[in-house]
Design a protein around this ligand. Structure first.
Ligand code: PMP
Length: 301
């Protein structure tokens, strides 16, 4: 079966799914996106993702082409038409077709694109066992008063350049520092460290994406009665942490065992990280956090 892609109310075969070269999403990166995941026929944290989409749109004065509820329905429809139960869902809203110049006033209608794919494991199974090797990139995250990563926009050049640096060094991914030199996030994940049984993560106020997975990890930590600190982290503190892990919808929770080729603790995925991996997996399979794609869908079938 070929993949069917949703564009503005119509489903297209993958080879036919195209947008105009005058779409400002392409010309200027003027657009926003969300990445969601469907586990066993249930879309995980759909409302959280759609609310974030709305916040991204709002900050760019972008009118969504449909209501959040309608977009939710289209996500479910796209999964159904593609007969998928375990999937990665990519949702894009572009500014739409306009003149060659960057002024969004020339764009009449925003466009909604939904791509769903059978889910490959982002980092591969072996990385889940061995842990990631990261480098701290020389490229900095944008400042909070620039187009920061709080907006989940189509402009990921900052991450792309950092990822290329990681590739150059043979690492799995890169961590970016904020303009002051503190840890911000990886190219597509939020960063956590464990120090003396405390969970520490960069504050949501330093221009990072406020990850849906990040929020869940903080909730799980509170359930486990762990202290949680959201604060500045220096590269020195991260490298010398007891444990480090990354979180994201696509990557889930993944341990970090090397930074700049220096082993984190004993170079193995830590006990507390494993606990978070396990607790997070439990949540992804708990239907109270999800929206069913198929009515009367029986998870055990
Ligand atoms: N930071 C960045 C830059 C990202 O692209 C992502 C992935 N969406 C994340 C963090 C993790 O966010 P979430 O847990 O919502 O997927």
């Amino acid at each position: 079966m070929t993949t069917k892609i949703f564009i503005d109310g119509t489903f297209y075969e993958k080879s036919e799914a195209k947008i105009s070269v005058y779409d400002h999403g392409l010309l200027y990166g003027d657009g926003i996106y969300e990445g969601l995941r469907c586990y066993s026929g249930y879309v995980f944290q759909m409302k959280e993702h759609l609310n974030r989409l709305k916040r991204s749109a709002n900050s760019l004065r972008m009118k969504l082409p449909y209501s959040v509820e309608e977009i939710g329905e289209y996500i479910l429809e796209t999964l159904k038409i593609n007969k998928l139960q375990n999937a990665y869902i990519r949702l894009l809203v572009t500014r739409g077709v306009g003149n060659i110049g960057p002024d969004p006033k020339t764009c009449k209608n925003t466009s909604l694109i939904i791509i769903v794919e059978d889910l490959p494991n982002v980092h591969g199974q072996s990385v889940k066992e061995i842990g990631l090797s990261l480098v701290i990139a020389s490229t900095r995250r944008d400042a909070v008063d620039a187009t920061s990563h709080e907006i989940k926009s189509l402009n990921y050049l900052n991450s792309v350049v950092a990822r290329m640096e990681a590739n150059e060094y043979g690492a799995d991914d890169a961590i970016l520092l904020d303009p002051r030199g503190f840890i911000s996030e990886s190219t597509i994940c939020n960063v956590f460290m464990i120090d003396n049984d405390k969970l520490i993560t960069p504050s949501a106020s330093n221009g990072i994406l406020q990850g849906v997975t990040r929020k869940i990890i903080i909730e799980i930590a509170r359930e486990l009665s762990m202290d949680v600190e959201q604060r500045d982290i220096t590269p020195f503190q991260l490298i010398n942490a007891n444990e480090v892990f990354l979180t994201g919808t696509h990557a889930e929770v993944v341990g970090v065992t090397r930074i700049n080729n220096i082993e984190i603790s004993n170079g193995k995925i830590g006990e507390i990280t494993r606990k978070f991996i396990h607790k997070f997996q439990e949540r992804t399979l708990d239907s109270t956090f999800s929206t069913p794609v198929y009515k009367n869908f029986n998870k055990d079938k």
